[in-house]
Design a protein around this ligand. Structure first.
Ligand SMILES: Nc1ncnc2c1ncn2[C@@H]1O[C@H](COP(=O)(O)OP(=O)(O)OP(=O)(O)O)[C@@H](O)[C@H]1O
Ligand SMILES: [Mg+2]
Length: 375
């Protein structure tokens, strides 16, 4: 076998096993500091990644570099092992959906959807027939001949989705595609997008501001902060094992109890709190730490019934809020810090009132330990 054939064969073999998308140390500076700063992550075929983070944290810039609308200053982006950085957008086999649907107003719905195929040189008849199939998938066949102006926001968004998937891209990028829709439509589109991407076996990168949307849709979540990926993992990883206060706050409600690590315990106010043993391995004596406690993991009982399990702290209820399915209690502990507890309504806690003495408790394995916030 000559070396050329061997090289070709090994390239073919490896491209089968290659992850769909590898973003490696990608950076972009528009002149005001790094907009994207050494971002790396890997996606396997069929995975659904959501990028979540504050405005200006670099999500769209990352997406635009993957799509090819922006060139990275450094780093590499590979689609099934093939380097993309110098490849034109239309050669990348990537579908993109933007927040503003950007449909062509003078073309019918079906022509809009056929457009990316025509750009790629597919004969018109075949392009139109594939466009009809894509419209079927988004359940808009009945609107094929309409002008985009005759469609609702949600329908226009579905046309944009059909247009992004019509050429069967290996990767689908969606930049806040549901941002303009009202809550109900948003929720039904979330389920639609999830269904369609599973049906196509598509690998997806999806951007949103909305934490619940991220939890609903994703296999993986990347939390962006200031041009960097602060944490990358499954929804459970990020919710249950955040590695920073920033991530914990982005992924729903949490209590933050801060203190110092002292003789294997967290000294917070006048209390010594048990910490999970892995935290003792990760942090040195004397380190300033924060304990992240989700409100639903904090148990609350009348003081005289204080349970024996785990940490148990006396305190006083400062406020009770009725949330329909649950109650939220704001408790000031005698140790000097405040915690919130959320209790499902069927637990019959409605007898607890503001001003009552209570005992709050949690088990140390439900605690995530992170570096303390610097002030
Ligand atoms: N074309 C550009 N020229 C100059 N600066 C830019 C450009 N595009 C983005 N930036 C800057 O890069 C940073 C990251 O912007 P980016 O659009 O990626 O944020 P984002 O996370 O998508 O925010 P949002 O949630 O508001 O959409 C911001 O500080 C922004 O001002
Ligand atoms: Mg953006």
């Amino acid at each position: 076998m000559n070396t050329k054939t061997a090289a070709t064969l090994s390239a073919a073999a490896s491209s089968q096993d290659e992850p769909t998308l590898v973003v490696d140390q990608v950076s972009k500076d528009f002149g005001a500091g790094n907009a994207v700063d050494g971002v790396s992550f890997t996606l396997e075929k069929g995975q659904f990644l959501t990028m979540l983070g504050p405005s200006g944290s670099g999500k769209s810039t990352t997406l635009n570099m993957i799509a090819g609308f922006l060139e990275p200053d450094s780093g590499s982006i590979k689609l099934r092992g093939r380097e993309l950085t110098s490849l034109a957008p239309e050669k990348r086999n990537i579908g993109m959906v933007f927040q503003n649907y950007s449909l062509f107003p003078h073309m019918s719905v079906v022509r809009n959807v056929a457009f990316p195929l025509e750009v790629r040189g597919v004969p018109k008849k075949e392009a139109i027939s594939k466009a009809h199939k894509a419209l079927e998938l988004v359940e808009l066949s009945a609107r094929a001949g309409f002008s985009p102006r005759q469609l609702s926001g949600g329908q226009q968004q579905r046309v944009a989705l059909a247009r992004a998937i019509v050429f069967e891209p290996e990767l689908l990028l969606m930049d806040e595609p549901l941002g303009a829709l009202d809550k109900r439509l948003r929720e039904s589109m979330q389920i639609e997008i999830k269904r369609i991407s599973k049906e196509l076996g598509a690998t997806v990168v999806f951007v949103t501001h909305d934490q619940e949307e991220a939890l609903t849709m994703s296999d993986q979540i990347a939390i962006y902060n200031n041009g960097r990926v602060e944490q990358f993992g499954t929804s459970e990883d990020l919710y249950e094992r955040p590695t920073s206060v920033f991530v914990a706050n982005f992924m729903g409600e949490s209590n933050l109890v801060q203190g110092k690590l002292s003789q294997g315990m967290l000294r917070a106010g006048s209390a010594n709190l048990a910490v999970p043993s892995d935290a003792l391995r990760r942090f040195a004596e004397g380190t300033g730490l924060g304990m992240i406690l989700r409100p639903e993991q904090v148990l609350i009982s009348p003081e005289h019934m204080a349970g024996a399990a785990g940490a148990s702290m006396p305190g006083i209820i400062r406020d009770v809020i009725y949330l329909g399915t649950s109650y939220r209690y704001y408790v000031s502990t005698d140790a000097g810090f405040d915690v919130q507890s959320r209790v499902p309504r069927q637990h019959e806690h409605s007898t607890l009132r503001t001003g009552d003495r209570v005992s709050v408790s949690w088990s140390p394995e439900h605690v995530a330990v992170v570096p303390a916030l610097q002030d």
